[in-house]
Design a protein around this ligand. Structure first.
Ligand SMILES: Nc1ncnc2c1ncn2[C@@H]1O[C@H](COP(=O)(O)OP(=O)(O)O)[C@@H](O)[C@H]1O
Ligand SMILES: [Mg+2]
Length: 412
């Protein structure tokens, strides 16, 4: 099949050299079992390419599963991918097959692969190199035959340099790199794509056809398309459904795409709407930062639980958590010092050492720490026969904080 035939078959629109090159690489690598790392911005077509590769491989009649690694909580991802045994963690009432077991003979698409926790990366490397994996809570080594296509919109090599992504796994996945160009790098495809999407959507919604005047077309071309083809598709859908004036000018286009620093529009129309955009930008940023904080927090908590029994690490984690709490400024129940934000973590005296298999269990426990605060305080007090100084020490908080908490939680 040549590049044009692939485009027809998979509904790929565009004719830029960068896109054609990507299709050609996909075509060549498809018949092999080689892992592919697809990089490209969000909405650029990474998932589409994973389908192309699978459908043109000898595995095409086998199963295909797309897994968004960034959307699965760190605590359950091992179990999702590799399965678990009954009773291997709280809530594991039944044994469950993981994707690598279910997809035996097929292809797994690991989207946002840079988000995989380090422990899961080790398991992934093993299954890639030997086909072997172990269910969470089991000791039996099982075999599977799965081809992995991974994707990321981040620079994984940066993650490698920061120690967040295993270098050996990076090279293993990246045997054949496939870069999907951003829409702004293939401006010649933008209007083609728009025409295709508008035709599809006016057909779907039985709405009248849409024309863009030259200025409006120019505006499409000059826009930066941070959401790439997905964003273009959404905008075409909005226009197909909402636009009353079917002959669209640049000014009409401003209802759908923001005017970026005014340079994508002819001078005469430069105006307003810039403000809404920056306000929305700020909102996005706030949301994004919040998500980042949550992720950081989850990682920290998981790490602390993993290091349970290692008292050397403990106080530094406690400090890090406290700092994080100060940074994200949780709403306070009453005005007070920074101490208000102190999250207390129980450091068990036992040398219990959870293995890596128990990650799912660990996180589940850790998340409930928030609610277990008073429980822990009671236990610590009981253990030290009401001696607050010792209890506070064990809880890793100051005596003063303990006094306050006892009062707040009404533990007297
Ligand atoms: N070249 C293309 N031609 C037509 N549609 C495309 C093209 N590239 C992407 N799309 C469409 O754009 C949307 C986003 O693509 P997707 O593969 O999900 O992006 P990503 O995985 O990179 O976020 C999908 O609806 C897809 O069908
Ligand atoms: Mg995607």
């Amino acid at each position: 099949m040549d590049v044009q035939e692939i485009k027809n078959r998979f509904g790929i629109i565009g004719n830029s050299p960068l896109l054609n090159r990507a299709i050609d690489i996909a075509r060549q690598v498809a018949p092999t079992d080689i892992s592919v790392l697809i990089t490209g911005e969000s909405g650029s077509g990474k998932e589409v390419f994973s389908h192309i590769i699978h459908s043109m491989s000898p595995r095409k009649h086998g199963p295909f599963i797309a897994v968004n690694c960034g959307a699965i909580p760190e605590g359950t991802i091992d179990s999702e991918l590799f399965g678990h045994e009954k009773g291997s963690f709280t809530g594991a009432h039944e044994a469950r097959k993981g994707y690598f077991e279910v997809v035996d003979g097929g292809t797994i698409f690991l989207d946002e692969v840079a988000e995989l926790p380090i422990g899961t990366q080790a398991r992934l490397l093993r299954v890639l190199e030997t086909g072997e994996y172990i269910r969470v809570g089991s000791s039996k080594v099982q075999k599977t035959n799965v081809r992995v296509i991974a994707a990321t919109n981040k620079d994984v090599f940066d993650a490698v340099k920061e120690g967040k992504f295993r270098e050996d796994l990076y090279y293993r996945l990246n045997t054949v790199p496939l870069k999907i160009p951003a829409l702004r790098e293939r401006k010649e495809d933008i209007y083609l794509l728009f025409r295709k999407f508008i035709a599809d959507f006016t057909d779907k919604y039985r709405s009248p056809s849409v024309q863009l005047d030259p200025d409006a077309q120019q505006m499409l071309m000059n826009y930066s398309w941070p959401g790439n083809v997905r964003q273009l598709k959404n905008i075409a859908e909005q226009i197909a459904v909402l636009e009353k004036n079917r002959d669209i000018t640049a000014e009409g286009m401003l209802n759908y795409i923001p005017n970026e620093s005014g340079n994508n529009l002819p001078m005469r129309i430069e105006k307003s709407s810039k403000d809404d955009f920056s306000e929305r930008d700020i909102l996005y940023k706030v949301l994004f930062d919040m998500k980042k904080d949550m992720v950081e927090l989850k990682k920290l908590v998981a790490e602390i639980i993993r290091n349970e029994g290692n008292s050397a690490d403990f106080s530094s984690h406690q400090q890090a958590i406290n700092q994080l709490y100060r940074d994200i400024e949780l709403p306070q129940s009453s005005a007070g010092s920074n101490d208000q934000h102190t999250l207390t973590i129980h450091q068990p005296k036992s040398e219990k050492n959870y293995g890596r298999m128990d990650e799912a269990h660990e996180v589940e426990e850790s998340l409930s720490l928030f609610e277990k605060e008073s429980d822990l305080i009671k236990k610590a007090l009981k253990k030290h026969k009401g001696k607050r100084k010792l209890a506070a020490q064990e809880l890793g908080i100051s005596e003063r904080t303990l006094y306050r908490k006892i009062k707040e939680l009404d533990l007297n």
